[in-house]
Design a binder for this molecule. Structure first.
Ligand SMILES: [Zn+2]
Length: 319
């Protein structure tokens, strides 16, 4: 019963989403926390059409220790000759639900699943794709293949730099713009609609999450994404408003990352210690300014400081 009512809500909210976004277009809250938009888990999943045959689908990330919940975004492209999904959801039930919703949209099978982020919150449900479509092909970077070697569904089609997929009327460019949040980061660009799905390269209004990040390379990757002048930038977490807002928010994410790196560098230069995320006295001296209130700050700030220290000290893993 619960599942049936959730599905009904998704179908209803598909049309209503753009209105919801418009209501926030003046000054959207600077937080990916779903409660800051008066949403509850029952409002998910939801999706919106962002170009002809292209949809951004929002499932839910599990709550952090403070109970803050953000969304997890998947891109769905119905090409006319099969569906391409870029980034799945974090568990099998949510991914099954996404597949059920895709089936309401189109009878086409899911042919490809692109692993833009190899983190569990984006690949944890991937066996549901295989269960529904045994011939589905998983695409990912060599780094993601390595990291998912023990996963039941590692990528088998690899993208080191760039790969074009043309299905039906739609071309999809899978690109490596540089290392960012996972180290195996890929993005998907749709040249016809000029939509750029950045996955976890773009965390909108989420405190920079750096568990496996390459901090200064991530900055360079975000700069590169901005120079592509996409008409619509889609994040891996965070809300999706109208295109001009998303362009501005991409800059905001880059400024936030630069600011967090600067602050961690300042702490390092001042001699404050950070041995690990769990043992990081430097944090007591940190000033995050306007980013203090960004979603997941309390869990992500110690990780960010530690990871920047690792980079400064030449201790980041090669891959
Ligand atoms: Zn994630």
């Amino acid at each position: 019963m619960r599942r049936a009512s959730t599905l009904a809500r998704v179908v209803c909210s598909a049309g209503a989403m753009l209105l919801t976004s418009a209501a926030f277009s003046a000054e959207p809250p600077h937080s990916a926390d779903i409660s800051k938009r008066n949403l509850t888990p029952q409002d998910f999943p939801r999706w919106q059409r962002i170009a002809p045959d292209v949809y951004a689908y929002e499932g839910l990330h599990s709550p952090d220790k403070q109970g803050v919940i953000v969304n997890t975004v998947s891109l769905i492209v119905a090409t006319g000759d099969g569906v391409v999904v870029v980034d799945g959801q974090g568990d099998v039930p949510q991914t099954r639900l996404m597949i059920e919703n895709i089936r309401k949209l189109t009878p086409e099978p899911i042919k490809y699943v692109v692993i833009a982020s190899d983190h569990t919150d984006h690949v944890g449900g991937n066996s549901a794709f295989k269960e529904a479509y045994p011939n589905v092909v998983f695409i990912g970077s060599p780094a993601s293949q390595k990291r998912l070697a023990k996963d039941p569904n590692p990528p088998t089609m690899l993208v080191s730099e760039q790969r074009s997929l043309r299905l039906g009327a739609i071309q999809i460019e899978i690109l490596n713009l540089g290392r960012a949040h996972t180290g195996g980061d890929l993005v998907a660009w749709l040249p016809e609609s000029n939509v750029l799905f950045l996955g976890e390269v773009f965390l909108r209004d989420v405190f920079p999450a750096m568990r496996s990040a390459y901090p200064t390379e991530w900055l360079a990757t975000l700069r590169k994404a901005a120079t592509m002048n996409a008409s619509y930038y889609i994040p891996g977490h965070g809300f999706i408003d109208e295109a001009p807002i998303m362009r501005r928010e991409l800059d905001e994410a880059r400024l936030a990352l630069a600011s967090v790196i600067d602050e961690a560098e300042r702490l390092h230069a001042a001699g404050h210690k950070c041995e690990s995320a769990a043992n990081c006295p430097a944090l007591e001296h940190a000033n995050w300014g306007e980013y203090h209130d960004w979603a997941l700050r309390s869990s992500q700030a110690p990780i960010a400081v530690w990871r920047v220290y690792q980079e400064l000290e030449g201790k980041l893993p090669e891959s």
